[in-house]
Design a binder for this molecule. Structure first.
Ligand SMILES: Nc1nc2c(ncn2[C@@H]2O[C@H](COP(=O)(O)OP(=O)(O)OP(=O)(O)O)[C@@H](O)[C@H]2O)c(=O)[nH]1
Ligand SMILES: [Mg+2]
Length: 451
């Protein structure tokens, strides 16, 4: 199954949890905490491989999670997890869900780090400090980074073959390359793009992409739509194959203009890409008359595209056309980079404190989220440490200044805990009758009235 677009949820592995344990042996010189630190969670990488030609491996597996690190053990640290490497076809673009390009993996063998695994939680041995020589707590492993991305495959062919349905695009690529596409006398025989390698000489070859036929209204989803046009965005130029004879009431020149209008509606970039024309089915009777007519119409329309008369079926004129394509490629090489985007990881988010009168305080930011996610709330010393860190970050002062009350819920990611500050109780008296309190009362009154 050919898949060229897929949304995938990616998450680095969590770090392993730390451990609390103690050496108790009477014979050991050192007695005390010996709980190990958890291993690092596995990172998730994306790696491009030219031998893969579709994103189908993600079809039934849209969640890719890194392995978790091993938990810390008594006297030993946990093992780090091995990284997860997701192989994708060369030409895959990565977008976030807002459509922003995160990376364009235009070449074979590119590797980027998409989601980092979490660090392991420290065991109580690693938490020994001057002030706490006998820690009775450990950290939890840090959760891995998580993101949802869209992979979109844009093939990396040198030349793209476009045209109305049934004009002989697949017949041409089958004649000149190693591709073996389905060919039949009805429209939309080709349902997915075909890549074909066309040998030029012992050293050189050209990669051509044959895509499904395009009809009027493709941009509105008519026919097979126009989403396959993305596969020819990177090509150096386009070979526009045209049937010398009317098909479905549409004459050669008319089909040429209709396909071009659809290119225009797809993207400006594609519509200005160089094109050459292959007028096909020259083996049929009255081909000469149709050819003359087309030439005139093209000239009258002000077009300057060069025309090649071929028969994809018999092979007449196809060799000459292939050599001409090879020559033109020197002048119009494929653009491997549609977007010159290098993958940049989002930077650290600063601390942000927001208050919701009904719910409580919402803290966000890379640091605070990390510290909270690694706190063991059932261990007293672990909570005390969180308190100390929040103090150090100025969060407690901020909350006090903004009239937080003991017991107010604080939300950090999906974790909720309650604000407690020992020094707060005494200061609370100074804040009596402050606005926040009044607001709440006002709101309650409103609700009473409604009832
Ligand atoms: N007489 C003649 N028939 C041709 C020639 N090229 C293609 N055909 C016929 O035209 C029909 C359509 O050919 P395809 O190669 O499937 O056309 P296509 O453009 O790939 O069509 P779609 O994939 O549907 O867009 C088939 O019956 C072919 O045998 C040619 O040069 N001469
Ligand atoms: Mg075809």
């Amino acid at each position: 199954m050919f898949i060229d677009e897929v949304t995938v949820k990616i998450r680095g592995g969590s770090g392993g949890n730390g451990m609390v344990s103690y050496i108790k042996s009477r014979h050991k010189a050192f007695k005390g905490p010996d709980g190990g630190t958890g291993g690092k969670g596995g990172d998730v990488y994306i790696f491009t491989k030219a031998t893969i030609n579709s994103l189908s491996r993600f079809r039934y597996s849209k969640q890719k999670y890194g392995q978790n690190g091993e938990a810390g053990k008594k006297r030993a640290d946990g093992r780090g997890a091995i990284d997860l490497i997701l192989e994708v076809p060369t030409g895959t673009c990565i977008f976030d869900l807002n459509g922003k390009v995160l990376a364009d993996l235009h070449s074979d063998g590119m590797k980027i780090l998409l989601a980092k695994g979490g660090v392991g939680g420290k065991g109580n041995r690693a938490l020994i400090t001057k002030n706490n020589t006998y820690p009775q707590y450990c950290e939890k492993g840090q959760p891995g980074e998580e993101l949802e991305v869209r992979f979109e495959l844009k093939m990396c062919a040198d030349v793209g073959i476009i045209g109305f349905p049934n004009v002989g695009k697949s017949t041409f690529i089958a004649k000149v390359s190693n591709a073996k596409p389905k060919i039949a006398n009805y429209p939309f025989t080709t349902l997915i793009p075909n890549l074909g390698m066309v040998p030029i000489n012992d050293l050189d070859s050209i990669l051509m992409a044959d895509i499904p036929g395009i009809i009027e209204g493709a941009h509105n989803g008519h026919g097979l739509g126009h989403q396959f046009l993305r596969h020819i965005e990177r090509t150096g130029f386009l070979l526009h194959v045209i049937d010398l004879f009317p098909y479905d009431g549409v004459e050669a020149f008319e089909s040429f203009e209709k396909v071009n209008q659809e290119l225009q509606k797809y993207s400006e970039k594609l519509s200005i890409k160089k094109q050459i024309i292959a007028l096909n089915k020259s083996d049929m009777p009255e081909a000469e008359e149709s050819y003359e007519k087309f030439k005139k119409q093209l000239k009258k329309g002000g077009y300057k595209e060069e025309i090649h008369l071929i028969s994809a079926l018999t092979g007449k004129g196809t060799k000459e056309l292939v050599y001409r394509i090879a020559e033109l490629l020197k002048e119009f090489p494929p653009k491997q980079e549609v977007y010159q985007v290098k993958y940049e990881k989002p930077g650290d988010r600063p601390l942000k404190i927001e208050m919701d009168l009904d719910e409580g305080w919402f803290l966000s930011g890379t640091n605070i989220e990390r510290v909270v996610s690694m706190t063991n709330f059932e261990q007293e010393q672990s909570v005390q440490r969180l308190q100390a860190i929040m103090n150090g970050m100025g969060i407690v002062d901020y909350l006090k200044e903004h009239k937080a009350e003991n017991g107010d819920p604080i939300f950090v990611g999906d974790i909720c805990f309650h604000f407690t500050d020992d020094s707060f109780e005494s200061k609370f008296a100074e804040y009596e009758g402050y606005k926040y309190q009044e607001n709440i009362e006002d709101e309650n009154e409103d609700e009473d009235e409604k009832e």
